[in-house]
Design a protein around this ligand. Structure first.
Ligand SMILES: Cc1ncc(C[n+]2csc(CCOP(=O)(O)OP(=O)(O)O)c2C)c(N)n1
Length: 395
């Protein structure tokens, strides 16, 4: 093999360090990342990237406690959903375990007028948008199409076709510009969520081209949780994902995805840049999927226990708890009350999920289009007649 030639399927070389990557603070993986709260709960105050941008947060004690409450709540609700699936009450569940900080930080950074486009895993962002956590459960239980009013909540429907929502978001963001709804501090910005695996999809790369060329007011928020089901990151890319942005002509930045403060600060700044006419940013939230891809997956078949253990030490919630305790702005009573409140919410969620009525099968034809269509009407009629032909069908 000639010098410099790469063995097909071999491990990619370590990425070369560029100046923009050298960011102080934290146990950075190759390439560095923005971190404001260390795994030990040390608040770094501010961090300046090599390009001179400074990120900082300065919340009130109440606000810091609020972040903790959000993180604990979304983890508890997620655990309840996993339990419900295991008990046969949900067909499938895509857990957010380990990704709470990326989601709560970015979700709280959204201003009310901003629009978000999720995948199927953004339960934490959904919660931050003020949507009743029950809303996606009809989809996962298979009793409705799982929807909410996207315009009312500024949160689009869950999207399972990998990467497609980045195109929807880009088109929407271009529309926001055409409608004159952005370009000022009060303007609208758009965020698209996707995973590391999605970055290999044509749609995501196409959306990068369009958003870059048309200076769309948007943020691409990639939760790099290291795996696309069983495919590890090194099968998706030869360079750190955030560096892809340079090829499309807009900034890319990597954050510690397990740090809720970094997630908040960088997303808030990127959204504000977008709404102020400075175009898109790609944020790579470097995190880890602590659970299975979905409840249909067994991760022990493709990743080793020691890797999972090493990420436990970077837990997104433990560091906020350590910070609050060190600052003496939260005591044991507070932590117990947060746990108890989250437990009650989870219990309420469980009861409401179990009470969801089973639909008549024919209702699957509802909401295919906003208005009736002759084709769907004909299919509904044929299905109804077929279903009625069975004894005991209830017709
Ligand atoms: C277009 C398309 N291809 C394949 C799938 C099957 N699929 C579901 S999830 C997934 C992996 C996605 O990985 P990633 O983008 O990293 O997101 P994560 O699930 O890790 O959050 C795949 C391939 C799909 N849903 N859509």
């Amino acid at each position: 093999m000639a010098k410099g030639e790469r063995k097909a399927g071999g491990k990619p070389p370590a990425p070369a360090d560029g100046a923009v990557d050298r960011i102080p603070g934290g146990d950075a993986p190759a390439g560095g990342f923005v971190q404001l709260l260390t795994p030990d709960g040390e608040h770094l105050g501010s961090v300046t990237t090599a390009d001179g941008t400074t990120y900082s947060v300065d919340f009130t004690d109440e606000e810091y406690r609020g972040f903790y409450r959000d993180l604990v709540t979304v983890r508890r609700l997620d655990a309840e959903a996993t339990a419900l699936q295991r008990q046969g009450e949900l067909g499938i569940w895509a857990s957010l375990l380990g990704q709470e900080a990326a989601q709560v930080g970015s979700g709280r950074a959204l201003r009310q007028q901003d629009m978000a486009f999720p995948t199927y895993r953004e339960h934490g962002v959904l919660y931050c948008r003020g949507i009743d956590p029950i809303m996606p459960f009809g989809l996962f239980r298979g009793v409705d199409q799982g929807g909410w009013d996207a315009n009312e909540h500024k949160f689009n429907g869950y999207t399972i076709v990998i990467g497609s929502q980045t195109l929807h978001a880009t088109g929407y963001a271009m529309g926001v510009t055409m409608d004159g709804k952005t370009g000022s501090p009060d303007g609208e910005a758009v965020i698209a969520y996707f995973g590391d695996g999605a970055t290999s999809q044509g749609e995501v790369n196409e959306s990068f081209v369009w958003a870059g060329v048309f200076n769309a007011p948007m943020v691409f928020f990639c939760q790099n949780n290291q795996y696309a089901i069983s495919e590890p990151l090194e099968r998706q890319t030869r360079i750190p994902l955030y560096r892809r942005a340079a090829g499309y002509g807009f900034p890319g930045i990597r954050i510690d995805g397990n740090d809720v403060l970094a997630s908040y600060a960088v997303t808030r700044a990127a959204l504000d840049n977008a709404r102020n006419g400075q175009g898109p940013t790609l944020i790579e939230a470097y995190t880890y999927r602590m659970g299975a891809h979905t409840s249909s997956d067994d991760p022990t078949r493709y990743r080793i226990a020691s890797e999972v253990e090493s990420w436990k030490a970077k837990d997104p919630i433990a560091r906020v708890k350590a910070f609050l305790a060190k600052q003496q702005v939260a005591d044991a009573d507070f932590f117990a009350e947060v746990d108890e409140t989250a437990r009650k919410l989870a219990l309420d969620l469980r009861e409401r999920v179990l009470a969801m009525p089973d639909p008549q099968p024919v209702t699957m034809f509802d909401h295919v289009y906003p208005n009736s269509s002759p084709e769907v009407d004909a299919q509904r009629k044929a299905f109804d007649e077929y279903h009625a032909s069975f004894e005991g069908s209830g017709h």
